[in-house]
Design a protein around this ligand. Structure first.
Ligand SMILES: Cc1ncc(COP(=O)(O)O)c(C=O)c1O
Length: 371
């Protein structure tokens, strides 16, 4: 369908396209110097000691969980998130223990609820910065310290956002996504950041088959390698590296454009929809979530907007409500998450969104409520 206002849209600048073309002309397209350059630049960008560029955030989460947890462990996770915050735990035999969110106004993992779900087997907590909003992390950090839990941040939505420190750098590791609709959209890609050298070295091995030398090193020196760990192939390509280096230069500028759109939505729609957080809350403004009175109203509004050529989405159907999770973990009850999943509506938001498009979305929502 050709939407008058899509949920998100992309644009590439000339210098970005040229940089990718340069890589293609150079003839080395798997992991190489552009990827390494991106790792150095990303570390500087969010002030982290180490960055590991990977093929997706899901790959990054899988590797990080593999390095931090063991079969039989339990790990606290939100259910109000994308499914891949959780699935890599299952691949390594770790039990996800779903935790509710605080409220509709503050749809972030509730530490109060997390406390109730601790057992002797709990080894970690995955914190997801929903929609790119960064809370005061003290309570989360103290809780993890007190109970000796490894804190891993799913920062897929949170590039960049800071409150003293950048999201992704509060825990043992933070994982970012560069999927098509994210703040740094390169098609597919992700990054794991950490200040822990040992973890970084382990992840570096896991990214490339547990091999002691990566392909580029072997190419340069025509050398052999040993395999010293059970790894994956989660390497990104030079095409991703080149695009990521070049696009990183405009993430902050793009986020300011996102913020201006969010301000307009907030001002005009607060009367009709529940909008979480407030204007002062630091955010990357990855998406604009709003909440309706009930599921029926949300679905009717979505349908109405679709008829007007406006694409919307739902972030998220709670993970524990999906068929496979209901089978694996029956009886999970998270009342606030379930209410949020039933009533959330995500409005279009992207840096190249035109003023008229923003106004059109606002106008149609007001029209729906005044019918
Ligand atoms: C919260 C969250 N975690 C993880 C992911 C997975 O990212 P990727 O598509 O890069 O694997 C996403 C992607 O949408 C996400 O929103």
């Amino acid at each position: 369908m050709n939407y008058r206002v899509p949920l998100f849209d992309l644009y590439f600048e000339k210098r970005e396209i040229e940089r990718v073309l340069k890589v293609l002309n150079r003839g080395w397209i798997t992991f190489g110097p552009e990827c390494e350059r991106f790792e150095r630049e990303f570390s500087k960008f969010i002030n982290s000691k180490y960055t590991l560029f990977v093929s997706s955030a899901t790959a990054g989460l899988h590797m990080t969980y593999s390095a931090c947890f063991e079969r039989g462990d339990e790990v606290l996770v939100p259910s109000f998130t994308f499914v891949s915050t959780v699935t890599p735990l299952l691949h390594i035999g770790v039990k996800p223990v779903f935790v509710d969110i605080e409220s509709i106004e503050f749809p972030l993992l509730s530490i109060k609820d997390a406390k109730k779900r601790l057992t002797r087997k709990t080894k970690g907590l995955i914190y997801m910065h929903y929609a790119g909003y960064l809370r005061n992390m003290k309570e989360v950090i103290n809780f993890c310290r007190e109970h000796k839990l490894i804190l891993i941040e799913d920062s897929a939505h949170a590039l960049p956002v800071s409150k003293d420190k950048y999201a992704g750098t509060f825990g043992k590791a933070g994982v970012f996504s560069f999927f098509s609709n994210k703040n740094l959209p390169i098609g597919e890609g992700g990054a794991v950041v950490t200040d822990h050298k040992k973890l970084y070295e382990k992840l570096k091995l896991l990214r490339s088959h547990g091999m002691t030398k990566d392909t580029f090193e072997r190419f340069k020196k025509s050398s052999l390698y040993d395999v010293i760990d059970i790894g994956f192939n989660y390497r990104p390509t030079e095409i991703q590296g080149a695009l990521a280096c070049e696009m990183l230069k405009r993430v902050k500028k793009d986020n300011r454009k996102r913020e201006n759109i969010v301000k307009k939505y907030r001002n005009k729609l607060l009367k009709y929809l529940k909008i979480p957080f407030d204007e002062t809350f630091p955010s990357s403004h990855y998406i604009f979530p709003a909440f309706c009175k009930n599921k029926k109203e949300r679905n009717n509004l979505r349908k109405f907007l679709l008829e007007k050529g406006i694409q919307t989405s739902v972030h998220y159907v709670p993970v524990h409500k999906f068929t496979v999770f209901k089978k694996l973990y029956p009886g999970v009850k998270l009342p606030v998450t379930e209410k949020a999943g039933d009533t959330e509506l995500t409005l279009p938001l992207y840096p190249s969104m035109k003023k008229e498009q923003v106004e059109y979305v606002i106008e149609k929502i007001i029209e729906f409520f005044n019918r």
